[in-house]
Ligand binder design. Structure first.
Ligand code: PHE
Length: 460
């Protein structure tokens, strides 16, 4: 029941609709902007391998665990923990998720705002073959009024979709546009790998150099996997809460994971060859790297200038939409909390919480040139946006996922979880493997890596 309206809780229209919406949440800037950025900073191919292992053995089981908790309780993350473990401290895991959602949304909307501005810039032919794409990025991100203005515009779009609710808002948008994005990315990858100098980029991406691997690389891979799959903050608990008891959770989790991972791999296939083609170093350039590299690739598409204009405009529109279906899930978590737990109307919750995320995002909008000390934080060395990304987009999600796997594996229990999975047809394929992964592999791997890091901090 929706306490505000007395109506039964909204559900997805079909299993396919749910898979697309969850894939819409997962696929976003994390794949196309985050993955190449983090992979570039962490050595390329070795990172890719660790990332794939993290997705298969840690990400996928946690995804299923979150969906189970969501569907079982039909509630937001705070309500879900309250329902399954009344009067315990576990409710804080849900609370951490709600806060993390707002924090991620704050900087996510800033990056997505750059994407919106790039739609218009591409359409008017700003990125001609001679354009200095680095200087243009510096302009877009460094102008305070424009950066905040586009951040505002994107947040307004996010609020608009969330106001529409589950079926008419979120579901309608994702259905058509995700497949189109995939086709366009594949076309760009073909273009990128045929550039001169692409071979070096492919080598960086596919030929592992394990001497570069250390604890922080593994943590970055695990953190990136959670960010990309929208795990660790209850987004999948929330989306799972709208799944009907008739649908199959295991195959849904598998599809979402597979879609998300293939888009990230494809993004790497686009970025690294282009980077080497342009003679640039991977790992430098910060949050703007992907924008600079992509626009130079897009503008090289013949015939000049129309190829660049058509592909550029189309690409940034789709990226904007992919970002929107993710930001919507970020706002949906706090919104469903306010609706379920506080009895707010959906309208009040989405507007107020969206406004808070907008205000929180202003320092991130000023952190790429507009305000020097935010651009290079004293004592930290990176810009404020990257700092928030590390703190909330990586650490907080890793800790959240650790607690969720401990909760489902040991507190609520794999037995009860298995019963929920079997609700639809009595089957739980790979159930024993999942139970083993969620009880042992997920928590041990995450704890080991956190300890390694703490050790490194004190050892150094
Ligand atoms: N998965 C989204 C992306 O890759 C970001 C996200 C993280 C969304 C966490 C929801 C929760 O862009």
């Amino acid at each position: 029941m929706d306490p505000a309206t007395g109506q039964p809780r909204d559900t997805w229209g079909s299993k396919a609709a749910f898979i697309l919406a969850a894939a819409g949440s997962a696929i976003g800037l994390g794949n196309i902007w985050g993955f190449p950025t983090v992979a570039g900073q962490n050595g390329g191919a070795a990172f890719l391998l660790i990332y794939l292992a993290a997705v298969a053995f840690i990400g996928a089981p946690v995804m299923l665990a979150e969906l189970i908790v969501g569907r079982k309780t039909g509630l937001n993350p705070v309500g879900a923990f309250k329902a399954l473990a009344p009067r315990t401290a576990w409710v804080f895991v849900g609370g951490l998720g709600v806060l993390t959602g707002l924090a991620i949304l704050s900087f996510y909307s800033v990056i997505a705002g750059w994407t919106l501005s790039y739609i218009f810039k591409s359409a008017i032919g700003t990125f001609g073959p001679e354009a200095d794409t680095a200087a243009i990025f510096a302009e877009v991100a460094g102008n305070p009024i424009r950066a905040i203005g586009w951040h505002f515009a994107f947040m307004a779009l996010t609020i608009y979709v969330v106001l529409g609710g589950v079926r008419d808002g979120i579901e309608r948008w994702t259905k058509v546009l995700m497949p189109v994005l995939f086709v366009l990315l594949a076309a760009l990858a073909v273009r990128a790998v045929t550039l001169s100098g692409a071979a070096e980029g492919l080598e960086f991406y596919f030929k592992p150099d394990f001497s570069k691997v250390n604890g922080s690389v593994v943590l970055a891979a695990i953190g990136q996997a959670f960010f990309s799959l929208s795990l660790g903050m209850g987004a999948m608990i929330t989306y799972g809460s709208y799944v009907s008891k008739r649908d199959d959770l295991v195959s849904s989790a598998a599809w979402v994971t597979a879609f998300d991972t293939s888009i990230a791999i494809l993004a790497g296939l686009i970025i690294f060859p282009t980077l080497f083609h342009a003679g640039l170093e991977p790992g430098v350039g910060g949050p703007g790297m992907v924008f600079v590299v992509l626009t130079s690739l897009l503008s090289s598409i013949p015939p000049a200038p129309w190829g660049g204009i058509v592909f550029g405009t189309g690409f940034f529109m789709l990226l904007g939409i992919a970002a929107l279906t993710s930001s919507v899930s970020l706002l949906e978590v706090p919104t469903s909390w306010a609706v379920d737990e506080r009895g707010w109307s959906r309208k009040r919750a989405a507007l107020l919480l969206g406004a808070i995320a907008f205000l929180l995002g202003i320092p991130s909008a000023l952190a790429n040139g507009a305000v020097p000390w935010l651009t290079s934080l004293p004592g930290v060395g990176t810009d404020f946006l990257s700092f928030l990304f590390t703190l909330f987009g990586q650490y907080s999600l890793v800790i959240g996922a650790l607690l969720i796997s401990l909760f489902v594996g040991w507190v609520w229990g794999v037995q009860a979880a298995g019963e929920e999975v079997r609700e639809n047809d009595g089957k739980f394929p790979l159930g024993r493997l999942w139970a083993f992964l969620i009880r042992f592999i997920c928590p041990i791997a995450i704890m080991a890596i956190l300890l390694n890091l703490v050790w490194g901090l004190f050892g150094a």
